[in-house]
Design a protein around this ligand. Structure first.
Ligand SMILES: Cc1cc2nc3c(=O)[nH]c(=O)nc-3n(C[C@H](O)[C@H](O)[C@H](O)COP(=O)(O)OP(=O)(O)OC[C@H]3O[C@@H](n4cnc5c(N)ncnc54)[C@H](O)[C@@H]3O)c2cc1C
Length: 383
């Protein structure tokens, strides 16, 4: 049986980042992916400036479909464009983006096996065994970065996060039409559905359109998406796909003896925006760092790996918890809160700062709570 220091299961942003950093930290690393790469991933492909910075290397031009400098913010019928003087969201297609991250992990020395699904994980005192359809591998640690339906998570417990269902489609559109309609803006429409939002993310020659919502029956979402496409003069002759987005509340550990969970497997997604590439990249890095520490100390126990959970909480846990609390209010009182934000330039520019990683949610919320009475009065008297 071939043995490694670390086996990473799943080659999305979490797994590719974990494998790259493990290799950079001189750990003998295997990255297992069940699909052949490049593979499709249901995702709008928005990479915020803050996340781009965390990736840690330049993405080549061919990977970046469009650079958005701002957002068209719609709340019910109200619409406002807000632009920064720099890119705030990089638009990518996940098949190319993820394949490139894997290429970077390979360049650092990670061994990659795609088209090989992990079927089970067994931990014991002498190591962890990862079984696939083709054979078995052993390691000191396994990093479960295998997404929403994580097999590694299932070897520990059932998923216990809050979950939102999203539908999306990729609409092919002439580049000139996109330039004219959206240009360098991502469109986010709150209040189009109850308890969620709809989006249009412009790529080079297509638009990613989708809806994510908590309060609406998932069966109704495809029809709502078609209505959204019609409202934006886009074709409804599209293939609609659906996928789940998990949101942890950090109530359950993302680790056990010899195991760490990263990205969607651990539910590290922002419940306000549905942004999960950030949590995937950050947790992938922290899992690698913790794996290195465990190898240095020779201790792969649950107690040693609890350091990983602490690191995640410290790095992005507060933001995820804030997002979760804020989402409960914002999606319930959409017009009152988001309608007020949309009518105020300062509030919108501060929102762009959160996308750039220059302002955390806590500071934004505190600022907004202080300003809210004045902003509401202004809104009432100007209407
Ligand atoms: C509709 C939709 C739109 C979204 N839009 C955005 C967005 O614009 N921006 C953003 O930041 N986030 C977005 N997200 C969230 C984002 O897609 C995820 O949070 C992100 O992909 C998580 O990365 P990951 O590496 O943890 O998991 P994934 O990207 O899901 O990767 C997991 C990998 O593991 C592989 N795998 C699964 N099981 C096994 C197994 N048993 N053995 C081996 N391999 C396995 C899978 O094939 C996959 O390649 C969106 C999500 C949805 C559903």
């Amino acid at each position: 049986m071939k043995s490694f220091d670390v086996i990473v299961v799943g080659a999305g942003p979490a797994g590719a980042t974990a494998a790259r950093h493990c290799s950079m930290l001189n750990l003998k690393t295997l990255l297992l992916e069940k699909e052949r790469l490049p593979r499709y991933k249901a995702c709008a492909g928005g990479v915020t400036k803050a996340t781009y910075r965390e990736i840690g290397f330049e993405l080549p031009e061919r990977i970046i479909e469009r650079e958005c400098r701002g957002v068209r913010f719609r709340v019910k019928e109200f619409e406002k464009d807000i632009r920064d003087n720099e890119t705030v969201i990089y638009m990518v297609k996940r098949d190319c983006f993820d394949e490139f991250l894997v290429e970077m992990a390979c360049n650092e020395g990670a061994e990659v096996k795609d088209g090989e699904e992990c079927t089970s994980v067994q931990t014991g005192p002498d190591g962890v065994h990862v079984n696939t359809e083709r054979g078995s591998y052993s390691a000191n640690i396994v990093i479960g970065a295998d997404g929403y339906y994580s097999r590694v998570l299932k070897s520990l417990r059932n998923r216990s996060d809050d979950v939102r269902f999203c539908v999306l489609c990729e609409v092919p559109v002439q580049r000139a039409w996109i330039d004219d309609y959206l240009g360098d803006l991502a469109l986010i429409h709150f209040g189009f559905v109850d308890g969620g939002y709809a989006w249009l993310f412009p790529k080079k020659d297509s638009i990613s359109a989708g809806i994510g919502a908590s309060f609406i029956k998932s069966k109704e979402l495809p029809e709502r998406l078609k209505a959204f496409l019609r409202a934006n003069n886009l074709s409804t002759e599209v293939r609609i796909k659906g996928w789940f987005v998990p949101f942890t509340k950090f109530a359950f550990p993302a680790y056990a003896d010899r195991i760490m969970l990263a990205g969607d497997a651990a539910g590290f997604v922002d419940s306000l925006t549905g942004e999960g590439i950030s949590g995937a990249v950050l947790s992938g890095k922290l899992a690698a760092l913790t794996a290195r520490d465990c190898h240095d100390s020779g201790d792969f126990s649950e107690a040693a790996l609890s350091e990983y959970h602490k690191r995640c909480q410290k790095s992005f846990g507060n933001d995820l918890m804030y997002a979760s609390r804020a989402a409960d209010y914002l999606l319930k009182y959409t017009d009152l809160i988001l309608g007020t934000i949309a009518r105020n330039n300062e509030a919108l520019y501060k929102y762009l700062k959160t996308l750039k990683g220059e302002l955390d949610y806590k500071s934004y919320a505190e600022w907004f709570k202080r300003k809210m009475p004045a902003l509401l009065l202004k809104r009432v008297f100007s209407s």
